[in-house]
Design a protein around this ligand. Structure first.
Ligand code: HEC
Ligand code: HEC
Length: 388
């Protein structure tokens, strides 16, 4: 919230992002460690952050443009404290016999795969899936992922991603693909990397999740009643709202880590986790805010698309990603999550690792390597990952 963030900003002037010493002011920061700005923002960047912070938390009303259909009425309901969930998006896709390849006939879901169960007048119904058990229909769920630290994801140099993809091809252990978009840019956001920048993602989320149109997406999402507007005539948001939320997301700090040691790092490599969960990636020299420039961003992701096999497949094809592909999940801030994987199906870290296994999954050898570790080393690896 805005007032808390102003207070935290004041405290952060003393050094957010570094290992805390014994001094006490840190306690306040530690209570809400996921919703703080990075250190070193200019006054202008700080005020953009503060304005975006308010918008991110706002519960929109129909009179402010919510609807006609929507999934939730605020960003925070799916990204509480800028972390994961509790809100989610449900999808339904008609699939072929293999259970995940999208069928050519999508007439079961004529308005696209995303369900939008809630609505406000003039709409009289939402967009629901055909009944459970409809043959040939794959239903899936995406928990709102964490949004902290995303400034670093945006700032990673294109050349760095190309270099990592090349290196993977040469080593031949995993085969990450650069999520190239139709316009030639590299996608970074969304679980299948279909969007290149934070502003574009914010505008996409405003419309897709909340029914709030903006200059970047001036028309409402397709719906069964053919509605093109809601209770607020015309485009609902002006461009400054999109920019402010973008500035807020970009300037959110990366959660601090403590207690990572050489043994944990070595096990993370030995189990081949680092093949995909690259411990750090280099950012561009001209990235802004300035703390993002020329940094080694400890994302624990290569930001590339990997074939994760049949059991994690959700049937959705987005940009360069096929129905079994996912962007390597960034493990930064993992210690704030209570469930894992795109739909939260794993309740423990160990389950999350074992669920990397599947027919055709690039991660199968890594799961084998994990399972081959003696129990004490497996425990040490889980402890390491739990601190990220
Ligand atoms: C109904 C739940 C929901 C709401 C409301 C919502 N999001 Fe999301 N958000 C998600 C889901 C699910 C994803 C993953 C989307 C995908 O893969 O396409 C996501 C992804 C994101 C990402 C990309 C994160 C990444 O790691 O790639 C950003 C940034 C984001 N949301 C910002 C916002 C903003 C800003 C708002 C409000 C305007 C918002 N979200 C509202 C559920 C939600
Ligand atoms: C072939 C690439 C690859 C390898 C190797 C790999 N992962 Fe992953 N990992 C992914 C992808 C892609 C996801 C996202 C899958 C999803 O959400 O369905 C993921 C998700 C995760 C998650 C869940 C994160 C979240 O946000 O919920 C954890 C934890 C994880 N990996 C840990 C590990 C560990 C530990 C290892 C080594 C034993 C490992 N991974 C090896 C690609 C890989």
């Amino acid at each position: 919230m805005a007032s808390a963030s102003a207070l935290l900003a004041a405290l952060c002037a003393q050094g957010c992002g570094e290992a805390p010493g014994p001094a006490t002011p840190w306690r306040v920061v530690r209570e809400d460690p996921t919703d703080v700005p990075m250190r070193g923002l200019s006054p202008e960047e700080q005020s953009g952050f503060d304005r975006g912070d308010v918008l991110f938390a706002r519960q929109y009303l129909p009179s402010q443009g919510l609807g006609p259909l929507f999934v939730r009425s605020s960003c925070e309901s799916c990204h509480a404290s800028d972390s994961r969930g509790p809100g989610f998006v449900e999808r339904a896709i008609a699939v072929a016999d293999d259970g995940y390849t999208p069928a050519t006939d999508q007439s079961l879901m004529p308005f696209g795969p995303v369900l939008r169960p809630y609505f406000v007048a003039p709409a009289t119904r939402g967009l629901d899936a055909p009944p459970e058990g409809t043959p040939g229909l794959l239903r899936s769920l995406r928990l709102g992922p964490a949004v902290f630290g995303r400034g670093w994801i945006e700032a990673v140099d294109d050349a760095e991603l190309l270099r990592v993809a090349d290196e993977q091809q040469r080593a031949g252990r995993v085969h990450g693909r650069v999520p190239r978009l139709a316009d030639g840019r590299i996608g970074r956001f969304g679980l299948k990397s279909r969007v290149a920048t934070l502003e574009e993602f914010a505008a996409d989320a405003y419309r897709g999740d909340m029914g709030l149109t903006s200059p970047l997406h001036p028309t409402e999402a397709p719906n069964a009643e053919g509605l093109t507007d809601d209770q607020l005539p015309g485009v609902d948001l002006d461009i400054s709202a999109v920019r402010d939320v973008g500035a807020y997301l970009r300037a959110l700090a990366m959660p601090r880590r403590e207690g990572l040691d050489a043994r944990g790092r070595e096990l993370f490599e030995r189990a081949r986790c680092s093949d995909c969960h690259a411990p750090s990636l280099r950012t561009r020299a001209d990235a802004r805010p300035s703390p993002l420039a020329s940094a080694d961003a400890a994302l624990y992701s290569d930001l590339l698309l990997h074939d994760m096999g049949a059991s994690l497949a959700d049937g959705s094809v987005e940009g360069a990603a096929g129905p079994r592909d996912w962007r390597t999940a960034p493990l930064m801030g993992l210690r704030f999550f209570r469930s894992y994987l795109h739909d939260g199906r794993a309740r423990t870290l160990e389950e999350a690792i074992r669920m990397h296994r599947g027919d055709g999954s690039e991660a199968n050898p890594s799961v084998d390597a994990f399972e081959a570790l003696p129990p004490s080393e497996r425990a040490a690896l889980l402890e390491h990952v739990g601190r990220l």
